[in-house]
Ligand binder design. Structure first.
Ligand code: AMP
Ligand code: ZN
Length: 429
């Protein structure tokens, strides 16, 4: 019944496949300047079970940066047909190169992912993410075509045109970044349309951290089913892990990647079901294999079987990146804790922003939060009450009371692409 029978493969068989592919990957990786050195003394026969992967060294983002642009390539440049880059905002970028075969594998994984959450060839998909270096553009695009859907490369922005395209072409599947989806839902209503009259039924949302509460809000406001999609350019892009129709975590495609979850401090595997840093190895990529990549993304394996029958393990939604953690007055805080509180409050609108500033010797957090129009009243006392309520709710989660600034809806600037949730100026002069 599946797009691909590999998805329901017996676990023992799947692990055997992983071992074979891992060995091939190591041999292939040794053809690259970086791994020829890093793995010079590694004997591939030391890999007997999937767990033996722990004998290999990690690869970090800094390794990729130091090898920019070509240090991890296993073939001459003329054998490659595409390059993408990671969305890092500072320092040297990282570049990912693909052969035609790598692009085919990626499209297949993407198509498999979209099928898993209910997309079919009779659907029409509008890809509302930015094209260009970001892998959510072309990655989703070719996967969608591979599945046989009519694919509309609308790109990001221009909500009016997006709405027209959706209505004119009976678009049933949207690929949209979650922070933009919340904004878009509101724009559709403001343009005078009822979301229940729109032709869509499925939204593929991913590319940035978001909470279950934000998903619920998107689903409710848009009258749509929203499925979480995880990927990163170092592992091709989207299509690494995806929710099936049961929405109980994302199946991570273990015939293409070996995933591990480690304690970021010790590098050791955490106990089954515990949260840690996701570490990934490509086992189906020929041009630029990456071994034990430290993603910095925090998640856990969800124990047990999924009702859908797919045997590939599920990861939980990403609770944040190890780098996202803010330390304020000695307390560790993740932006998603704040989102979770805000999005569960009925008065809160679509957007928020966390600002960290240093005043004299002490640090402060201000949470700017858009309030729904109907709650933005003139009575100062009512507004102050709401402000207090939000501060109190946040305090119960993050254990300190932030300053709360209520903003009118649509007043916090939006970024095209991944949302910027935190502005930290504490270390600036
Ligand atoms: P990039 O390679 O620049 O597209 O960025 C990849 C990063 O985006 C990942 O390492 C995650 O931090 C984040 N990301 C992608 N998909 C998700 C998702 N579904 N949930 C949370 N974060 C995500
Ligand atoms: Zn499933």
């Amino acid at each position: 019944m599946y797009f691909d029978s590999v998805e329901a493969m017996d676990r023992a068989e799947l692990e055997q496949l992983q071992v074979e592919r891992l060995k091939k990957t190591i041999e292939n990786a040794k053809k690259s300047p970086f791994y020829s050195e890093r793995l010079a003394d590694f004997n591939v026969n030391d890999i007997r079970t999937a767990d033996d992967i722990t004998k290999l060294p990690f690869t970090t983002k800094n390794d990729l940066r130091s090898q920019y642009p070509h240090g991890l390539l296993t073939k001459p440049l003329e054998d490659f047909v595409r390059m993408h880059a990671s969305s890092g905002t500072t320092g040297t970028p990282t570049a990912i190169f693909y052969t035609q075969k790598d692009l085919d594998t990626w499209a297949e994984l993407m198509a498999r992912s979209m099928y898993a959450c209910g997309c079919r060839k009779s659907d029409t998909l509008q890809n509302m993410s930015g094209y260009g270096l970001f892998t959510g553009g072309l990655g989703i695009h070719y996967g969608s075509e591979r599945l046989g859907m009519i694919t509309i490369p609308s790109g990001a922005g221009n909500t009016k045109r997006q709405i027209k395209l959706i209505r004119d072409h009976n678009v049933s599947v949207l690929h949209i970044i979650p922070s933009f989806a919340l904004y878009f839902a509101q724009q559709v209503q403001e343009a005078g349309f009822k979301t229940e009259d729109m032709p869509w039924r499925i939204a593929l949302i991913g590319a940035e951290p978001h909470t279950e509460e934000a998903r619920a809000k998107i689903e409710e406001m848009m009258n749509i089913k929203a499925y979480n999609s995880y990927g990163l350019s170092e592992m091709n892009g989207p299509g690494v892990a995806f929710e099936c129709i049961h929405q109980t975590g994302m199946h991570l495609w273990e015939d293409a990647y070996i995933a591990e979850i480690i304690d970021p401090k010790t590098g050791e595997h955490v106990a089954e079901g515990e949260i840690g840093e996701l570490v990934m190895t490509t086992i189906r990529r020929e041009g630029m294999p990456i071994i034990r990549y430290r993603t910095r993304d925090l998640t856990r394996f969800i124990p047990g079987q999924c009702e859908c029958g797919r045997t590939h393990r599920r990861i939980d939604r990403i609770t944040g990146r190890a780098d996202d953690m803010m330390i304020l007055k000695g307390v560790n805080i993740y932006p998603m804790q704040i989102e979770q509180c805000l999005m569960s409050m009925p008065e809160v609108g679509q957007n928020y922003l966390i600002e960290l500033v240093r005043e004299g010797v002490s640090d402060h957090m201000t949470v700017k939060v858009e309030i729904k129009e109907e709650f933005f009243v003139e009575d100062m006392r009512v507004l102050q009450g709401l402000q207090k309520k939000i501060a109190k709710t946040l305090c119960s989660e993050i254990l300190l009371t932030p300053r709360v600034e209520l903003c009118q809806h649509d007043s916090i600037p939006k970024t095209e692409g991944k949302a910027v949730r935190v502005i930290d100026t504490r270390d600036e002069d």
